[in-house]
Design a protein around this ligand. Structure first.
Ligand SMILES: Cc1cc2nc3c(=O)[nH]c(=O)nc-3n(C[C@H](O)[C@H](O)[C@H](O)COP(=O)(O)OP(=O)(O)OC[C@H]3O[C@@H](n4cnc5c(N)ncnc54)[C@H](O)[C@@H]3O)c2cc1C
Length: 307
């Protein structure tokens, strides 16, 4: 059976940053990339808010550079998904989808949280070309334009008000006749003049052409009538699922399924197991914060091994 000092699960900005630091600290990290090598940024086009890229860079290109940097210091990056872990004994055990079992002195969980999508063909078609899962990331591209956002919870309300500051008009599409968001967020939405609520409605199709999104067709679930909204951007804010199924019962998760970490650190409920990036953060959800906590996780792992 193979034994490693540091096992990193996940290959997004958090995992690769942890890998760069762990490799340079001589922890000889082994990383399993998972089903989405490079993580969520591989499904977006332009990334303009990651420091160090003054001209912007595409998500896939940026993640290749992360990988190159982690590999340069000796990270063993492997294709494959970790399907099972056991943190009840030391060393910890992990099983990959090729059946291989690895024991590890420390584990860094960097499995992210997947954005939920509506599942429309047209949504997939225009992904990164007007369809986005992140207003903070992509709102800037639609300054002064009309956009639509779908969702009714706190995140959707937060993102709608964020977009309203940048965009000419925001259609907020919600399948019910009242938002699920907190009273305070509902109040904020109601008092933002350029947000127009599209109640009792669901998106049927994202409309577009070679230039990207041009509109969204919504159906009123009460009347059955459809209408087209003319928009440049379509934001999906119907929630995220933390990729933590395999960690259930192994480390403490919060009520939404995110890995619980000690505030200001990446330590989990199990000594020697650390979590970084979106898998433990449902608030910031940015590449730079994921990278920051990846760095923290590797430093904490190194100190744990040295202690
Ligand atoms: C459309 C879109 C656009 C975005 N644009 C920006 C932007 O412009 N700027 C910005 O800062 N942020 C942006 N974000 C947010 C950003 O992508 C995330 O905050 C960031 O990727 C989180 O990094 P992470 O490493 O925590 O997780 P992720 O990037 O989600 O990576 C998780 C990794 O874990 C792996 N994994 C999961 N389960 C397993 C398993 N069982 N075994 C092995 N591996 C596993 C996956 O394969 C993946 O590699 C965007 C997000 C989306 C969806």
């Amino acid at each position: 059976m193979e034994h490693v000092k540091c096992l990193i699960i996940g290959s997004g900005p958090a995992g690769f940053t942890a890998a760069i630091y762990a490799a340079r600290a001589d922890l000889k990290p082994v990383m399993y990339e998972g089903m989405q090598p490079g993580g969520q940024l591989t499904i977006t086009t332009e990334v303009e808010n990651f420091p160090g890229y003054p001209k912007g860079i595409t998500g896939p290109e940026m993640m290749l550079e992360f990988k190159e940097q982690a590999s340069r210091f000796g990270t063993d990056v492997r294709m494959g998904v970790v399907t099972k872990v056991d943190f009840s004994n030391r060393p910890f055990t992990a099983v990959a989808d090729d059946g291989k079992t690895i024991t590890a002195d420390t584990v860094i969980i960097a499995t992210g949280a997947s954005a939920k999508w509506l599942g429309l063909e047209s949504e997939k078609k225009f992904m990164g070309q007007g369809v986005s899962g992140c207003a903070t990331c992509d709102g800037f591209f639609y300054r002064g334009k009309e956009v639509a956002i779908v969702g009714g919870g706190d995140t959707a309300a937060e993102e709608a008000t964020y977009l309203a500051k940048l965009c000419k008009k925001v259609y907020m599409i919600h399948r019910r006749d009242a938002l699920r968001a907190s009273k305070a967020m509902q109040h904020k939405v109601q008092n933002t003049p350029n947000i127009e609520m599209v109640w009792n409605s669901v998106p049927e199709e994202v409309l577009g052409d070679d230039s990207g999104v041009t509109g969204v067709r919504v159906r009123n679930v009460v009347t059955g009538e459809s209408r087209d909204l003319s928009v440049w951007g379509f934001f999906v804010a119907i929630g995220h699922s933390p990729n933590t199924e395999i960690f259930r019962g192994q480390v403490d998760l919060d009520e939404m399924g995110y890995v619980k970490t000690i505030p200001g650190a990446t330590k989990t409920s199990v000594e020697g197991v650390f979590a970084c990036g979106d898998v433990q953060d449902h608030y910031y959800r940015q590449a730079v914060t994921a990278a920051g906590t990846g760095c923290m996780a590797a430093i904490e792992a190194e100190r744990y091994l040295g202690s």
